[in-house]
Design a protein around this ligand. Structure first.
Ligand code: FPP
Length: 261
């Protein structure tokens, strides 16, 4: 994705001591960055606030991260916003999150347009409250002509459910005769995943220190580099993002082969 380096430099002025924009090689920036946004609840609790306040603060970090990725010319940003397991949270928190998704999306649509961002969703949206579902559909419709960064929100997403759904659709196509058993390849299977057509993530960031995948993009993360920071999601900012890119660029990605350089 193209980007304006002057604008990026201005955005990354006032560097903290440990990192500056010069520490990363923009030519080798990842194409697809995916984020497990964790720690909203703990951030709020540490401040004696209700957990839901942490989610509201998390929206600000997400807005900054979308802006950062656009400025840096990242092709795809995907984020894990709500898992198939998150329905088990207290009803009040689930309701608040669903409301927050709808209101945030509506409010941010002008930003997406201004930044030429195209929205996409991973997950079974049919299970969402009608209002949230309707706003998501409107967001899809409104941004489908945008040609800049793809911003994908995983909502009611679970990787095992995604792969199971792919298997069902694939079996259906075999039954109907539009796909032959010999034609089932990795690429064919990928075309049934929510991520169809997107490159696999190059970098997965997880905030708040947890070392697990939590049923997120199990197929797509096969060769992805992981970066885990102890920072809670509401404290994640453009500088944390830069630290993640720096760590990513220090890795030697071999994809199962031998040294590339
Ligand atoms: C994880 O923190 C965060 C979530 C389950 C929700 C993420 C949602 C947002 C950041 C709002 C995004 C808004 C839109 C429009 C997508 P946690 O509650 O698991 O924190 P904890 O691990 O400290 O309990």
């Amino acid at each position: 994705m193209e980007f304006d380096s002057e604008k990026l430099r201005a955005y990354y002025a006032d560097a903290p001591e440990d990192i500056t924009l010069e520490d990363i090689d923009l030519e080798r920036r990842p194409k697809h960055v995916s984020i497990i946004m964790d720690g909203n609840g703990r951030w709020a609790q540490a401040r004696g606030m209700d957990r839901t306040k942490g989610h509201a603060a998390g929206v600000d970090s997400l807005r900054e991260t979308v802006t950062t990725c656009v400025r840096m010319g990242i092709d795809v940003l995907s984020v894990y916003a709500f898992s198939t397991e998150n329905w088990k949270r207290p009803q009040r928190e689930v309701d608040m999150l669903m409301h927050l998704f709808a209101t945030t999306l509506m409010k941010e649509l002008p930003l997406f347009h201004q930044e030429n961002v195209q929205l996409r969703f991973f997950g079974d949206l049919t299970a969402l409250p009608k209002k949230t579902y309707d706003v998501f559909m409107e967001g899809l419709e409104e941004t489908k002509g945008n040609t800049g960064m793809i911003f994908a929100l995983a909502v009611n997403y679970g990787s095992r459910a995604e792969i199971t759904r792919a298997a069902q659709m694939l079996a259906q196509d075999v039954l109907e005769g539009s796909l032959k058993v010999e034609e089932i390849s990795q690429a064919a299977l990928e075309s049934y995943l929510y991520t169809a057509g997107l490159p696999d993530p190059d970098l997965l960031i997880r905030s708040s220190g947890e070392l697990r995948l939590s049923n997120y993009l199990l197929w797509q993360l096969a060769y992805t580099e992981f970066y885990v920071t102890d920072t809670y999601w509401p404290d994640f900012d453009r500088w944390e993002f830069l630290r993640a890119i720096r760590a990513y660029q220090s890795r030697d990605r071999r994809f199962g082969g031998v040294k590339t350089k």
